[in-house]
Design a protein around this ligand. Sequence first.
Ligand code: ATP
Ligand code: FE
Ligand code: MG
Length: 346
Amino acid sequence: MLLLALESSCDETAVAILRGEPRQPAQILASEIASQIELHRQYGGVVPEVASRNHSLHLRPLVEQALQHAGVSIHDIDAFAATSGPGLASSLLIGATAAKAMAAAAGKPFLAINHLEGHLLSPFVETGIVPPHLALIVSGGHTLLLDVAAPGRYVKLGGTRDDAAGEAFDKVAKMLCLPYPGGPEIEKTAAGGNKQAFAFPRSMMKEPGFDFSFSGLKTAVLYTLSERNPETGTASPEELPDLCASFQEAVIDVLVTKTIRAAKHAGRDIIALSGGVSLNKTLRAAFEAACKKHALTLATATPGLCTDNAAMIAFAALLRAFEGHASPLDADIDPNLPLVAAGNAG
Ligand code: ATP
Ligand code: FE
Ligand code: MG
């Protein structure tokens, strides 16, 4: 089956074409991304109106580029998919409407996909098989621990009560006058620092349950900055690496501790990491070491599939399509689309 998927939930316009058969590694024939990071950097974050306008500008040429790279014609595509939420309403509408229009014109099925399911399944694109596992999604807007029995069978164990992990990276980077997006900048700067220089809090780490909270950590960084440098309120170049390393370590410590505990609680021996924050090499190394210690297996997505992309959306759609699912053409977008229905919150 050949599937074309669009992703436009935030500031990346993405198109992917995947070839897949049930329980076979999916073949990514094309995965195109028109990133708007440079455009939004001047504002220090994503501006919704700018994002949606650029999605409409980029989408059509990107679809043509994807078809060309994949070496297939639009007539060969068996199903069309798009992210239907969560995300920015005006951005989601562009991709979802375009995918529906293509599906209607071609007389082929349309699949509306949850962006978070795309992230969740991204570590398994290369094998095509999703084993029962414990999933940690760490992205710009979410920090979610889920028990995964099979694709589509998700039980939420915990989530963030305030900021997401990626959001904490981005906000702390802003305080430190580092460019947007902050995650990669903090990782780079932390490489030369001492992770024990500042004793930042590990919120909710010892509490029972699997929820997270990162706003206290963000505030602790803010207080440290205003205490040390009351005139500027930001970090001096000398203390920047230590601050980044100590902040990063506090985030990683909580994520690793709670995820290992959740895996044991759920009785899973595989942990899968996804989302943009899972690109962080120090975080990956900490998870690798902890999984080794606890005899667990770690699954991660290849770097190109960690931040927003359409290949992960196409893979989630393929798994649905194999089951004979399709979405109605009047399926709406939902900026707050939950991954797990409220009654199944675990
Ligand atoms: P969501 O999927 O929740 O809607 P999103 O799509 O914006 O949010 P992603 O694209 O998965 O999130 O990831 C972007 C986030 O990942 C940003 O917050 C960014 O700072 C963070 N990030 C990217 N690279 C790194 C890194 N090396 N270390 C830490 N964080 C990182
Ligand atoms: Fe995302
Ligand atoms: Mg993004």
